[in-house]
Design a protein around this ligand. Structure first.
Ligand SMILES: [Zn+2]
Length: 393
């Protein structure tokens, strides 16, 4: 059976798996149930999956946000004939929170299908990609490969990257990696660096009857936020990143202050996402931020370098041929103003890695969706690319 037919015959099974994964809310700290679904699928494909807790984080890891007990990565290895290049399929199992559930038209954990799309938190980012790479592995079951094919589903892509970093520390190292993030069939050729800062503004509590004489931390946070926005304008003024007009987004993502309308808030905590250009020294980015912000700053979560990849990478040739075979058009590229786990390979393990995956929308927003036909197409592209990359020379 050729790969196209193999992908076709596995499609209904893939769809069921995607449904089950989207219905498993693998939020930060709750990744295990979804990882067990992945492990069961890998076993069904005929591999021997390992589930292991992310203990040592390895090079390129970030300051953790919470404990790693019972929050496993899943890895499996399909050994090749011994000659030929090796490849890793990497995908993240974690998803970001739902936000305001009333703003969703669909149950965020319902995996509803309508008009060729599946809706749900994580449907696009990136359970569809995980299902595509598992479908590719299944389609390749009876294809002889020279090089070893590794697969991993990791935790914490959305906050530290420590799941992927732990995989690099554990090995094995392969000659390249593919990550099916939902980038609309574009190949990732660059991404910015991302840093998370926790900014604490202190005030002084009081009964609201004498609020005029107290020190409201929430109100004091407003000029801090303005200072962050001013710094964002400054760093973007001369930032060059693939012609992008505003590559470095500084996002005040969380503000926590107060617990009672008649009490003056004594503390306001802001969680801020910063960005940096590829090659920029993260320590300098941190120092610039601390100098601009009149408050206590701690660095927890992402401390992630950006990178660029040359289009001459052989990985792009192989991926491009697979893409063209399926879509009848040349592969196009993406420079991403966010981060992905590709940096664990490219920056910290000297391994070329790119993202290539299905079409999706509303990532990190209500009514996240993935186009199901594009998941099927991605599955075939990944299978073709792996078959060529890992072929017996
Ligand atoms: Zn993602």
């Amino acid at each position: 059976m050729d790969l196209r037919s193999a992908v076709e015959s596995g499609w209904e099974h893939q769809l069921e798996l995607l449904r089950a994964l989207v219905r498993s809310p693998s939020l930060l700290g709750s990744e295990r149930d979804a990882q067990e679904l992945v492990a069961a699928e890998l076993a069904d494909i005929g591999l021997s999956p390992q589930m292991w807790d992310v203990g040592s984080h390895g090079p390129g890891s970030s300051p953790p946000l919470l404990d790693y007990t019972r929050r496993p990565n899943v890895t499996a290895i399909r050994r090749g004939a011994g000659r030929g290049r090796s490849l890793t399929f990497n995908g993240h199992i974690d998803v970001v929170p739902v936000g305001v559930e009333a703003n969703w038209s669909y149950d965020p954990w319902g995996a509803a299908i309508e008009g060729g799309r599946m809706y749900g938190r994580g449907a696009a980012d990136m359970k569809a990609g995980v299902v595509a790479m598992l479908g590719a592995l299944r389609a390749l079951r009876n294809v002889e490969l020279g090089g070893t094919l590794c697969v991993e589903t990791v935790i914490e892509e959305e906050c530290t990257g420590n799941g992927a970093a732990a995989c690099r520390a554990r090995g094995p190292r392969t000659d390249a990696a593919l990550i099916p993030e939902p980038f609309n069939h574009l190949a990732l050729e660059a991404q910015v660096g991302v840093l998370w800062a926790t900014v604490t503004v202190e005030g002084r509590a009081a009964h609201a009857e004498r609020a005029d004489q107290a020190d409201n931390a929430l109100v004091k946070a407003l000029p801090v936020i303005e200072a962050i926005r001013a710094l964002e304008r400054e760093v973007n003024a001369d930032a060059a990143f693939y012609g992008h007009p505003h590559p470095l987004n500084y996002n005040v993502g969380v503000a926590r202050a107060g617990d009672w309308a008649s009490s003056v808030p004594e503390q306001c905590v802001l969680e801020v996402r910063l960005a940096a250009l590829p090659g920029e020294d993260l320590a300098a980015v941190r120092a610039r931020f601390e100098a601009a912000v009149d408050a206590r700053v701690e660095w927890r979560g992402f401390q992630a370098d950006g990178f660029t990849l040359a289009r001459e990478e052989p990985l792009f040739d192989v991926l491009g041929r697979a893409h063209t075979a399926v879509h009848g058009a040349p592969l196009e590229f993406l420079a991403f103003t966010g981060t992905t786990d590709a940096r664990a390979f490219v920056v910290h393990d000297a391994t070329p890695a790119t993202c290539y995956g299905p079409i999706g929308g509303n990532l990190h927003a209500p009514d996240e969706w993935v186009d199901l036909e594009s998941v099927r197409a991605t599955t075939l592209v990944l299978a073709l690319a792996a078959a060529e990359w890992c072929a017996i020379p």
